[in-house]
Design a protein around this ligand. Sequence first.
Ligand code: DOR
Length: 410
Amino acid sequence: MHDLVIMGTIVNGRKIIRGSIAIDGGKISKISTGILKGEDVITLKRGQTLLPGLIDVHTHLRDFTEKPKESIRTGTMAAVHGGLTTVFDMPNTKPPIIDVVTFHWREEAFRGRAYSDYALGFLLSGNCGEAQKARADFYKVFMGASTGGIFSEDFEGDYSCAPGVLSVHAEDQATITRRPERPPEAEVLAVKRALNTAEKLKKPLNICHVSTAEGMVEILRAGLPWVSFEVTPHHLFLTMRDYGRNPLLKVYPPLRTERDRAFLWKNFSRVPMIASDHAPHTLEDKESGAAGIPGLETEVALFLDAANRGLIGIHDIVEKMNLNPIRIFGIKNKGLEVGKDADFTIVDLKKEWVVRPEEFYTKAKWSPWEGQKLKGKVVMTIIHGSVVMEDDEIIGKPQGARINVENECS
Ligand code: DOR
């Protein structure tokens, strides 16, 4: 008799099966096309589908001195509400995570407060000694300044120092100083420089939130197996024309043209990862020019809606928000396999709903998609075999844990 059995339609890689998953001690103990017996049994309803727990490799959870924008508690509540079982915490916090002491403070801040699992980032900017001692799960570099203002003066030095995967915000500092509207060239120039350095160093690099056709062309043309990249929902679903409709949409890198957006979609099959870049600010800060869009509670649903419209397949979501993040960041304890954490995102592909930011758990109570009707919704989130969200309600205490990654530290 297993602790828990979940029965129903399961997306396993490219395959969709009907079967059961058994969970013991919070881990997957059996995956079967038959019926298994459990102390507890969750039978998925008609129209519901189980996906492996979805992972967002780019979120800004704030906290520290910026709790009015977001806290680890509210940010991870938003994550599980949106169907994310693991989130990557970006280190451009206040104070920034650029030394071991602040990194340990971050570890403490997460302990007992996170509803989802998490990976902790460390910000590299001429602080190699500290980075090597911190034992972070991933590292971050800003080639050009964004929220927090820190950027790398020596990209190659910082990149060669990173003891794990380096996520890079690729916008060229000199270009954005001259042109604060951050034109496409800012991204393209930085992407080219990052790729040249990657070619030389041959170390894992992840290029964040690629927004331009030219930027993506460069990455695809280089074809370096150790270089990955992310695309955000806002660059896939919005363009600069939306600025007129909603002045809150300011974001770095900026929204682009319809041509760029169409290009990202045309090459969607070659995009390794989708990540929200969830970047909450207070309304006051947004009104005085802060850049960033909240995305945790709309991200998965937008792609379910896209699946319903025939733009993508459900396996694309699994590939770009589970399989590839696990592979690229070397996450050891995740995946739909026996022995891995029992993390699942259960969706109802047919459920229609309207985006109402006042019902969000994030402190950023606005959304570019406010009022929009979407078809497809996350109905349940399970982490370590416990239901942490069902029908928009968060259940239980924060029990999120830090992930295990394989890098030079381990
Ligand atoms: O728009 C953005 N907001 N872009 C970033 O690079 C950072 C983020 C934030 O932290 O607010």
